[in-house]
Design a protein around this ligand. Structure first.
Ligand SMILES: Cc1cc2nc3c(=O)[nH]c(=O)nc-3n(C[C@H](O)[C@H](O)[C@H](O)COP(=O)(O)OP(=O)(O)OC[C@H]3O[C@@H](n4cnc5c(N)ncnc54)[C@H](O)[C@@H]3O)c2cc1C
Length: 386
């Protein structure tokens, strides 16, 4: 359901103030502690940020895709760790249930996901199956009206806090591809489910990933997303979820780029060399202009793709275009931001090097740039055949 223009504007304005007054001032502390304080997590819950994309009937805000990307542009203006905290509940952790879940699964999980009382993780990647996720090896062997899950999932965002995991496992051992993969909802605490140690990452401190290990983990057939009839259709659910997630991530990248451009411009205006502010130097202006142009291009393509998605069009190709362009773009913008800041860009006190490290992840997860290229090219070939 779409919010009326005034309500949306008010929400975005409140979110913008929250980002500026509460999140940005805490960025450095979160990076140092590698943790978001429980008080701040509570404030984020109170803002309703865990339920941005969860329908209102389940206690969320129920933003459309076009509205959600506006919120993500704002959230992207601060450390990606904050976005990551709420990201799985809004995206990959809840969308499978929203899109393909049974009425009972929706009623059981969505209200608690919307408030952030329950954190959801999306467990697709494995040690031997990353880009080629369809080749995953985690098995789900049928045992009466239950399944026995065995396997390891790798780099799972928010797994250390999660109360619910969407686990993708192979129910058809005769298939080696995405056919025969099923999506299960597995609650934390289920015997046989355990976690590995927290991964030590390059950036995005305060957001945590780890392995999810399944050893003879027994779940009922009713834990299949959409119920037993959707056995073998889990990969289809995963792909639908990724379309939305890619647009969301693209908007976060664009928000981060806009923040870096603002910080770079301010620094260039204040910093003097050769007797004048460096912003007067045309080579600095060129970097600023390139960054501004690219961030603007990303914003336009994301807004247009989100509108088309809300209109019911298939936007798989365009969402991949957005993810590839915006994640590569923010990498270039972050690199120029370091350059504009000179030595200060490399020193931790200014936070620019932190963003430079943080945004590097966007080119890797939810499909690497190379995988987006493949998705785009396949979409083009399909269109040509029509
Ligand atoms: C911090 C973090 C959080 C993550 N969160 C989650 C999560 O919550 N849930 C989840 O399921 N996963 C998650 N992931 C996993 C992430 O989605 C994968 O790391 C990513 O898809 C790449 O897989 P891989 O690491 O196995 O790399 P690989 O697939 O081994 O790729 C290595 C390189 O080969 C390239 N490559 C691979 N195949 C091709 C091809 N066909 N053509 C050209 N180039 C190719 C890739 O682009 C890349 O450059 C996370 C990862 C990280 C680092």
């Amino acid at each position: 359901m779409s919010l009326d223009a005034e309500t949306l504007a008010q929400f975005l304005d409140t979110l913008d103030r929250f980002v500026k007054e509460r999140l940005i001032p805490n960025e450095e502390k979160i990076a140092e502690d590698d943790a978001i304080s429980p008080e701040l997590v509570q404030e984020i819950r109170d803002m309703g940020l865990f339920g941005l994309s969860i329908p209102e009937e389940y206690g969320g805000i129920g933003l459309t895709m076009a509205e959600e990307v506006q919120a993500a542009f704002v959230l992207g203006q601060t450390s990606p760790a904050f976005r990551s905290l709420v990201g799985t509940n809004n995206g990959i952790g809840s969308q499978g249930i929203i899109i393909d879940g049974t009425a009972e699964q929706k009623a059981t999980y969505l209200p608690r996901l919307a408030t952030g009382e329950l954190i959801a993780s999306f467990a697709l990647t494995e040690p031997e199956a990353g880009s080629d996720a369809g080749s995953l090896r985690t098995s789900a062997r049928k045992d009466g009206d239950h399944y026995i899950l065995n396997g390891t999932k790798r780099y799972i965002t928010n797994a250390p806090r999660a109360g619910l995991f969407t686990v993708f496992a192979r129910t058809d051992p005769s298939s080696k591809t995405s056919a025969g993969v099923t999506a299960f909802l597995v609650e934390a605490g289920t015997p046989g489910l355990s976690l590995g140690p927290i991964d030590r990452k390059m950036g995005q401190k305060g957001s945590h990933t780890c392995d999810v290990i399944l050893e003879d983990c027994r779940v009922p057939a009713s834990a299949i997303i959409g119920g037993p009839a959707r056995e073998g259709l889990g990969f289809k659910t995963a792909m639908k979820v990724l379309d939305r997630g890619r647009l969301h991530i693209s908007a976060v990248c664009t928000g981060a780029a806009e923040r870096l451009i603002r910080d770079s411009l301010r620094y260039a205006i204040e910093r003097k060399q050769f007797g004048e502010p460096i912003v007067e130097k045309q080579l600095i202006q060129a970097m600023l202009a390139d960054s501004r142009t690219e961030a603007f291009a990303a914003r336009c393509m994301i807004e247009e793709t989100a509108r088309r998605k809300d209109a019911g069009q298939n936007v798989s190709t365009e969402a991949a275009c957005c993810k590839m362009y915006a994640s590569e773009m923010v990498g270039r913008v972050a690199d120029r931001a370091v350059q504009i800041h000179g030595g200060a860009g490399y020193i931790a006190d200014y936070g620019i090097e932190r963003f430079y490290r943080d945004v590097r992840l966007f080119r890797i997860y939810e499909g690497t740039t190379q995988i987006q290229q493949l998705v785009i090219a396949r979409g083009m070939i399909k269109e040509a055949a029509l």
